[in-house]
Write a protein that binds this ligand. Structure first.
Ligand code: GRF
Length: 195
């Protein structure tokens, strides 16, 4: 049994998860990357890290359920127990939510419920709020909703630019996500609805 990361973009969180899991000899490793954008940079990272990856274009399926069914088949082959979303720009549908109920987590670059959806770093910076941050939560059918597991606040200082602020956010993400995923796979935390 192991962990699959779903990602659509750059994949810096994917990389940090893979590296930390290996360094710390986790009982379950990141053994699979699912990417919905053929050509995304994360696929190159997977290759460099020697992690199996599948790039499936949802558009090439007749319906979202068919796409998710295809993903589900791959997850079964790899005996995947946990789904970790890391910049996966797509809502999870009923097919995967039912199969992986309470076993899907997401990272979002704001203090939810503030600034859900796309471009959360830019949204917070240009609002402008004084404090934003990072949230990790269990995934339900909504966009960036579901029970919150961990949050770290990050100050937007007067001297910050969008670039320096974004860098701070990513640095926090790369530390926080591996900690939470480790606690999840070792049973230290579980979804409230499981209790
Ligand atoms: C991260 O900021 C994450 O919080 C958000 O998408 C971004 C992904 O970055 N959901 P990367 O692809 O891991 O570099």
């Amino acid at each position: 049994v192991s962990i699959a990361v779903f990602a659509s973009g750059s994949g810096s969180n994917f990389q940090s998860l893979v590296e930390v899991a290996r360094q710390e000899h986790w009982p379950e490793q990141i053994s699979l990357l699912i990417c919905d954008r053929p050509g995304a940079k994360v696929l190159k990272r997977a290759q460099a890290l020697d992690v199996e990856s599948y790039a499936l274009a949802p558009k090439s399926f007749a319906a979202k359920a068919k796409y998710e069914q295809a993903v589900l088949e791959i997850l079964k082959q790899f005996q995947i127990r946990w789904i970790v979303l890391a910049g996966y720009m797509r809502l999870i549908g009923p097919t995967l939510l039912t199969a992986y109920s309470n076993r899907i987590v997401n990272i979002h670059p704001s203090l939810l419920p503030a600034f859900p959806g796309k471009n959360a770093i830019e949204q917070a910076f240009s609002y402008p709020v004084k404090v934003s941050g990072v949230t990790i939560h269990f995934v339900d059918e909504g966009m960036d909703t579901g029970p919150i597991i961990a949050q770290t606040p990050i100050e937007i200082a007067p001297e910050d630019t969008i670039e320096t602020f974004a860098k701070k956010v990513h640095q926090v993400e790369h530390k926080l996500y591996p900690r939470v995923v480790y606690d999840l796979i070792t049973g230290k935390i579980s979804c409230p609805s499981l209790d």
